[in-house]
Design a binder for this molecule. Structure first.
Ligand code: PEP
Length: 257
């Protein structure tokens, strides 16, 4: 982390878990155990039907609400889709785009990820742009070049002022939901390469202002070490964000200097 230049962000990704009726209780429990931190944005990215409840209940404990996906379209005949305008209207502050599960199960392309990021930025929502390599790509030593490509594709046509508001989440696909975490050195190497790519595209000032998260089986035990790395500015957390005590421990790990 480097708080001098950029925000620390701890974002939970609830995926298709929890219920709207359980949101308040979850936050009450989290409030009891989580440290009061002012220098870290804590976000819970929930299914769309829970966002409004999260916005209201989260005010009390400084937890922001986030979405997990957004439509590329502004409005109209797109049954089942949710626009950036709708997310902004109910108070979402962040939204995940390009999660590997959406890329895999919904065939989301890099061009769509880019359109989604632009749609969110146009409504003042910070996109959490997920990038990550498969195990096969890692074994073939393609990780850094592939991630650099994904970053370029996701940010195409986005100007520097807007890029500062983006969050990039490095999530190696082989580490998501598998219990296999990248080592802190592996995660640092790729997060550093992401920053280098942003530096090439936008210059040093913007590169050092962008928050880059690690995601992939981050948990209460390994968070402190991952977060001690200079280019890892927080985490995108799936499984461990479903348990208030574990999520609180990860938030507490951001208090280290
Ligand atoms: C995720 O889905 O973004 C994620 C990182 O999941 P997990 O922490 O469960 O690996």
């Amino acid at each position: 982390m480097n708080r001098k230049y950029r925000k620390t962000v701890i974002a939970g990704n609830w995926k298709m878990n929890q219920l709207n009726s359980g949101v308040k209780h979850f936050l009450e429990e989290l409030k009891e155990v989580a440290p009061k931190t002012r220098n870290c944005d804590v976000v819970l990215c929930t299914p769309a039907v829970m966002i409004q409840t999260m916005v209201k209940a989260g005010r009390d404990c400084r937890v922001a609400a986030g979405g997990q996906d957004v439509s590329t379209h502004e409005k109209g005949a797109f049954t089942g889709e949710i626009s950036a305008d709708m997310l902004a209207d109910i108070g979402a502050k962040y939204c995940i785009v390009g999660h590997s599960e959406r890329r895999e199960y919904h065939h989301e392309t890099d061009a769509q990820v880019n359109e989604k990021a632009k749609a969110l930025l146009s409504r003042g929502i910070a996109p959490i742009i997920c990038v990550g390599e498969s195990l096969d790509q890692r074994e073939k030593d393609l990780t850094v070049s592939y991630i650099a490509y994904q970053v370029r594709a996701a940010l195409a046509g986005i100007d520097g002022a807007q890029v500062r508001r983006c969050v990039i989440a490095y999530e190696p696909i082989w580490a998501i939901g598998t219990g296999k975490t990248a080592t802190s050195d592996q995660a640092q190497e790729v997060c550093c390469a992401i920053r280098a790519e942003i530096r090439k595209l936008y210059g040093a000032r913007i590169a050092r202002a962008v928050s880059i998260l690690y995601g992939g089986s981050m948990n209460a035990k390994n968070a402190a070490e991952l977060l001690s790395m200079p280019d890892i500015d927080g985490g995108l957390i799936g499984g461990a964000s479903l348990k208030p005590a574990d999520f609180a421990t990860i938030i507490a790990a951001t208090a280290q200097e």
